[in-house]
Design a binder for this molecule. Structure first.
Ligand SMILES: [Zn+2]
Ligand SMILES: [Zn+2]
Length: 349
C-alpha cells in the first residue's frame, strides 16, 4: 500500500509503486520478440507472472498459511513447492531500482540480503488508562522497550554482514482509554549470509523478549521463512552485459553492488542459475508517494530487448550457451532440501 501516491485508489489506498507493471510489460515484450525466432532456438521459454514477490502483510499471509490456503508466504517459494519450477533449467527476472541504479542504467545483479520473517506479539493486561493504569500491563511499552533493546545492540552487528532490522507496529492498541493489552509488530531480520541471519535473529529475539520482561508482558515471536540471499550466475550475467552494451551504451552497463534488500528470486538462485538485473528507470523512492517512471523506453523497451537477446544467446546453436551455464553450475540446494530448510525455519529451528 502506498495511499499517499497521487494515483492510489481512493477507497483502498492501493498502489504498489514498485514497478511490477514494468516486469509484466517486459515479460510480454520478451515473448513478442522471441516469437519471431523460436524456431531457431533449442529450448522452451516459459513466462512466469508471479504474485507476492514481496513478503509483506505477514499477519494476513500467516493466517492464510494457518488456514492451509498456502504453504509459504512468498510467490516463488509457493511455486517451487507446487512444482512450477520442476522442469525449468534457468531463470531471469528484472526489477526497477532507484537507490543504487541511476536512471538510464542497467545494473547487473550480484548478491542480496536474505531474511527471516518475523511476527512479534506482546500480550499485556487491559485496564482503564486513566482510572486504573496500575492494574494494567502495557503491551505497547513492552514492544517499544523490545525495539529499543534491538537498537541497543545494533553496534554489535558486523558491517560486512549488512544486518537489517526494520520493524513496523501493525497493532499498537485499540482505544486510547485502555492500557494496550495486545501489540503486534512485524519485521525482518536480514543479512547477507545465513550464519549472520541465524546469529542476528537469536540476539534480536533476546532483546525483543527482554522488552516483555521489563514490564511483565508476554512476548511471543513467530519466526517464519523469509527469502534466501541471492546470487547471480556469472556466465548469464556476461551474456546480459554483452547484449546490454549496444542498447544502453557501455558506460551505462555495470556490475551492481550487493543489494541489502531481498527477493524471492534468491530462493530460485539456490536451485538453478539465475540473473536478476536492477534497471534504473524511475524517480522517487520505491513504495513512496514520489515514485514515478522517469525513463519509459528503458523500463519497457530496452530492458526487454537485452533480456530477449540474452535468451537467444543461451538457446541458439543447439543451446550451447545454456549448456555452458548448466555445466558450470552447482546448485546450493535441491527442491527437497530447500523445502526441508523452509520447514525447519517455520518450526523455529
Ligand atoms: Zn518493492
Ligand atoms: Zn518489487
Amino acid at each position: 500500500l502506498c495511499p499517499r501516491h497521487p494515483r492510489a485508489d481512493d477507497l483502498t489506498g492501493a498502489a504498489h509503486c514498485c514497478g511490477h507493471n514494468v516486469q509484466i510489460t517486459n515479460m510480454f515484450a520478451v515473448a513478442i520478440g522471441l516469437q519471431a525466432v523460436m524456431d531457431e532456438l533449442a529450448g522452451d521459454v516459459v513466462l512466469f507472472a508471479v504474485p507476492a514477490e514481496e513478503m509483506i502483510e505477514i499477519d494476513y499471509r500467516n493466517k492464510l498459511r494457518e488456514q492451509g490456503k498456502l504453504k509459504y508466504m512468498g510467490g516463488k517459494q509457493q511455486l517451487i513447492y507446487e512444482g512450477a519450477f520442476d522442469d525449468i533449467d534457468m531463470a531471469m527476472q528484472m526489477h526497477v531500482e532507484t537507490a543504487k541504479t541511476p536512471a538510464g542504467e542497467m545494473g547487473l545483479g550480484s548478491t542480496s540480503n536474505g531474511f527471516v520473517s518475523k511476527l512479534i506479539e506482546y500480550h499485556g493486561k487491559v485496564a482503564h488508562a486513566a482510572q486504573a493504569p496500575h492494574e494494567g500491563i502495557n503491551a505497547l511499552n513492552a514492544a517499544l522497550m523490545g525495539v529499543m533493546g534491538v537498537n541497543s545492540i545494533r553496534e554489535t552487528f558486523k558491517e560486512s554482514d549488512y544486518f537489517r532490522f526494520h520493524p513496523i507496529i501493525n497493532q499498537g492498541g485499540t482505544l486510547v482509554n485502555c492500557v494496550p493489552d495486545y501489540v503486534q509488530v512485524e519485521s525482518y531480520v536480514r543479512a547477507s549470509n545465513i550464519q549472520a541471519i541465524v546469529d542476528g535473529n537469536h540476539r534480536v529475539n533476546r532483546a525483543l523478549k527482554a522488552g516483555g520482561d521489563a514490564v511483565g508482558a508476554t512476548c511471543v515471536i513467530n519466526d517464519l521463512p523469509g527469502y534466501l540471499p541471492m546470487r547471480n550466475d556469472e556466465r548469464m550475467n556476461a551474456l546480459l552485459r554483452e547484449n546490454s552494451n549496444p542498447i544502453f551504451g557501455e558506460a551505462n552497463v555495470y556490475q551492481g553492488p550487493h543489494i541489502t534488500a531481498s527477493t524471492d528470486m534468491g530462493d530460485v538462485s539456490h536451485l538453478m542459475p539465475v540473473i536478476h538485473p536492477w534497471v534504473g528507470c524511475i524517480s522517487g523512492v520505491l513504495h513512496s508517494a514520489e515514485y514515478e517512471i522517469s525513463v519509459p523506453d528503458v523500463a519497457y523497451i530496452k530492458t526487454a530487448q537485452a533480456l530477449a537477446m540474452t535468451i537467444v544467446d543461451l538457446l541458439y546453436d543447439d543451446a550451447a550457451g545454456a549448456k555452458d551455464v548448466l555445466d558450470n553450475f552447482t546448485p546450493a540446494l535441491n527442491k527437497q532440501s530447500y523445502i526441508e530448510l523452509l520447514d525447519r525455519i517455520a518450526k523455529g529451528e
